[in-house]
Write a new protein. Structure first.
Length: 365
């Protein structure tokens, strides 16, 4: 039983801190929705890295979105201190009553102290000692090992302070915006593609050990297009992801629409919202597809689908039955950046998952 819940009738402003990668930030979006629904009189702000801000910008429950630029550290000592000081000044001017820190990032302990918030909650992190523990009024358990989905881990911060989310209040929220919607409308028209009549494939991840071989992805593209499904491929504008798409196209006998490196995150969301199906690996675009309500075929290897699987959307997870070691969380087998459990997934397995999910969606329409 919670013996010391936060009295939300005394809370006016809340700061939620999520300093992680894109997918992690998106998976924190229900926290803002639940807070605003439970305490509509409050202003709920967010603090994230600037490159992940599109995951939360336009979120209807967020009042102010503060950002930290990862490049500040490259500006030199004085410029970095000046940027950090401006951020702290802006945060202190908001006079937060409650700080909710959703990761083990050490910056959270500083923020809890320097913002002057009366209440602060963070994960219980082993080995942090007095400096961490004394910075927060509430600590919540933070289990590892895939026993609990990342969305639920984020919401545990709210449960610790006496706020229990209902089953229907935990959806991901991602707003693409009118500009992104308009661009995707134009791109689909240019390529003669109708909404709901194409499959969005995002084959890459920032982590190579999460990726399926390009040659097999090319075969999947061919099988889908032969079956009459238009395929649209996307990727980040990074060299490694562009190279992967080039390998897929070089090995493909069909002509999928290639939008790799051409879309912002908001445009990616607008695109996948129009797709009939998303196919990809454990990555931020997979979570974006789930947030937009698009059925997802997700290929999982070393990472665990129980913790990181598509959230609250029609899903087929494709993983190896012949590798009892997964999910291992390792950077490829032996740390070699290549995961046998993904390398050995057959095209027919992924194709069957896609066909099954498409059929179910057609029957449910």
């Amino acid at each position: 039983m919670i013996t010391n819940p936060v009295p939300f009738d005394e809370v006016r402003r809340i700061l939620v801190v999520k300093l992680r990668h894109h997918g992690d930030v998106l998976l924190s979006s229900p926290v803002f929705s639940v807070l605003k629904a439970y305490a509509p009189h409050t202003e709920v702000d967010a603090l994230v890295y600037s490159d992940t801000a599109e995951m939360l910008s336009l979120h209807p429950a967020i009042s102010t979105l503060h950002t930290i630029n990862r490049l500040w550290k490259k500006l030199g000592l004085f410029a970095q201190v000046a940027a950090e000081w401006r951020l702290l000044k802006n945060l202190r001017e908001r006079h937060y009553d409650l700080v909710i820190h959703l990761t083990e990032h050490p910056r959270g302990a500083w923020l809890a102290r320097l913002t002057g918030a009366q209440w602060a909650v963070a994960p219980q992190v082993g080995g942090r000692g007095y400096w961490w523990v004394s910075a927060f009024t509430h600590l919540y358990s933070f289990p590892r090992g895939g026993r609990r989905h990342a969305v639920e881990l984020n919401l545990d911060a709210l449960r610790r302070i006496g706020l229990y989310p209902t089953a229907d209040s935990r959806a991901l929220t991602l707003v693409a915006g009118t500009a992104a919607d308009a661009r995707i409308t134009d791109l689909l028209r240019e390529n003669n593609i109708a909404t709901g009549h194409f499959i969005h494939i995002h084959p890459a991840s920032r982590w190579a050990f999460k990726c399926w071989p390009a040659e097999r992805m090319a075969k999947l593209v061919d099988e889908l297009e032969v079956a009459g499904r238009r395929v649209v491929i996307t990727a980040a504008p990074t060299p490694d992801e562009r190279i992967m798409v080039e390998r897929i196209l070089a090995n493909s006998q069909s002509c999928p629409v290639n939008l790799s490196g051409q879309l912002s995150l908001k445009e990616m969301a607008a695109l996948t919202a129009r797709a009939g199906l998303f196919v990809g690996v454990d990555s931020a675009p997979m979570h974006i597809a789930a947030a937009m309500g698009t059925p997802v075929v997700a290929l999982f290897g070393p990472s665990g689908e129980k913790e990181w699987g598509p959230w609250q959307v029609s899903t087929r997870v494709v993983s190896s039955d012949h590798h009892p070691c997964r999910p291992c969380g390792q950077d490829g087998c032996g740390g070699g950046k290549v995961s046998d459990c993904l390398e050995q997934l057959e095209v027919r397995q992924v194709l069957a998952a896609a066909q099954t999910l498409l059929m179910q969606e057609m029957q449910g329409a």
